[in-house]
Design a protein around this ligand. Structure first.
Ligand code: PHE
Ligand code: NA
Length: 446
């Protein structure tokens, strides 16, 4: 164990860092629109089941590897594999994770840029007194303007890479101390307001009364992928944070609290958004624009709506910022491991992500009909395959490594629980998480 490596100052600091990575666009933007596209309650139920059966146990596996290795993901994997006399090829899992977050960051930055645009529009009072139709038309006009979108994408990526260049963003993580309570408060106000609207009961029924006949293999794949995505699990990004986890902290408790917090944000956002959808007779399956056209409508109804809406987009932006830093970190760390200086590595990663992101920008205008693979344009591709296939595959391999390959004593110590708790976790991973991931991935392929 590398005793010189710095640790997070407290248990709370660790939970805040992981929460910062977890809570982001996945909860407020992706969860509602994917749920909308997949018919509502049945999808939601599956997603929660996957969070419990896969997301949380595999999150523990991932952090455990980092904590036991106390090194960068690739180095931790190599070191622990050699301690188990297993193949050194396990370290390539770290590289696969870096590739996954590279693809994710490219569209994450573009959509976070939409929040910058909406923040500035809302500060200028653009949404006040507008109808749902007008707000929807405004959003479409924005999507059709690649230059504006590219500027916002560039700004957001710059914000991210500047923090990444300065080292692990502990200062920024402290921001979550105020950010999370405020975000919750605002979402509670919104959900409370939603309760007074005409679409509220329809929204609740649609979200919480599952129709199991709507479940297909693809719905399973989407739900499983989203469980990994929203918890930031499967790309070795949390593995890197595990390396800084204090020795005395219980990992299961930390993972469970992050999951509860993360699902809570998604549910509140979902209630607020679908109440607007059903009050206004909108289409729940309208896709990636869902949050951006519903929330301005919801806020426009509140007293001082422009103020609350601006605050909301500010909080969203900060939440996606802490997530994108976590997305960028493993890519930069990988390049550093190959001998590049931190500044140069950050610049290279920033430029490459920026270029790929531009293709996502164009996917809403000139390149909308350019089908790269499986009939999808660039944005559809990078926002689907890496979250829904790469993350589960990465998570599967991490789970196999932690529950089958790692020496038991090392793994148990790193999990930070007694022998009984360790057995429980390992059996869950061995006999539920791993087979379930395989079955869902397999059924999706067929
Ligand atoms: N969990 C983040 C979100 O919900 C996205 C993310 C995925 C971050 C993978 C890091 C790694 O927005
Ligand atoms: Na999330």
């Amino acid at each position: 164990m590398n005793e010189t490596l710095e640790r997070w100052s407290s248990r709370r600091a660790f939970i805040l860092a992981v929460t910062g990575a977890a809570v982001g666009l996945g909860n407020i933007w992706r969860f509602p629109y994917i749920t909308g596209e997949n018919g509502g309650a049945a999808f939601l139920m599956l997603y929660v089941a996957f969070v419990v059966l896969l997301g949380v146990p595999v999150m523990m596996a991932e952090i455990l590897v980092g904590r036991a290795g106390r090194r960068s993901p690739m180095q931790s994997l190599a070191y622990l594999a050699s301690a188990a006399s297993a193949s050194g090829h396990w370290r390539w899992l770290g590289l696969f994770g870096a590739l996954t977050v590279f693809c994710i960051l490219s569209f994450y930055s573009v959509v976070s840029g939409w929040s910058i645009e909406f923040l500035s529009q809302s500060l200028r009072g653009e949404f006040v007194g507008r109808s749902a139709q007008e707000i929807g038309a405004g959003f479409d006009a924005f999507l059709a303007n690649p230059a504006r979108m590219a500027v916002n994408h560039s700004l957001f990526l710059l914000m991210t890479m500047l923090v990444v260049a300065g080292g692990v963003a502990k200062g920024l993580e402290r921001l979550n101390n105020v950010l999370m309570p405020l975000l919750y408060l605002l979402l509670l106000v919104l959900a409370g307001h939603a309760a007074t609207t005409s679409g509220f009961t329809t929204a609740l029924a649609w979200l919480f009364t599952p129709d199991l006949s709507a479940v297909s293999p693809m719905v399973l794949v989407h739900a499983m992928g989203h469980a990994f995505f929203t918890l930031a699990v499967g790309a070795c990004a949390l593995m890197a944070y595990g390396a800084y986890m204090p020795d005395q902290q219980s990992l299961p408790r930390a993972a469970a609290s992050v999951a509860v917090l993360d699902v809570g944000v998604a549910l509140l956002a979902g209630i607020a958004i679908f109440s607007v959808v059903f009050s206004q007779g909108m289409d729940p399956g309208q896709g990636p624009g869902l949050m951006f056209v519903t929330l301005p409508v919801a806020f426009a109804d509140l007293p001082f709506g422009a103020f609350w809406l601006s605050l909301f987009f500010l909080l969203l932006l900060l939440a996606t910022w802490t997530s994108s830093i976590n997305l960028a970190e493993p890519i930069v760390a990988t390049l550093q491991g190959w001998g590049l200086g931190r500044g140069r590595a950050t610049a290279v990663v920033g430029l490459a992500v920026w270029a790929l992101g531009l293709l996502s920008v164009l996917s809403f205008s000139t390149m909308a009909d350019v089908e790269v693979l499986f009939g999808m344009n660039v944005f559809a591709l990078v926002s689907t395959i890496p979250p829904e296939i790469f993350l589960p595959v990465g998570g599967l391999l991490i789970a196999i490594f932690a529950a089958w390959v790692m020496p038991e004593t090392i793994a148990r110590h790193a999990l930070g629980v007694g022998p009984g708790g360790f057995r429980l976790w390992r059996n869950l991973v061995r006999w539920v998480s791993i087979p379930l991931t395989l079955v869902v991935l397999g059924s999706g392929l067929l």
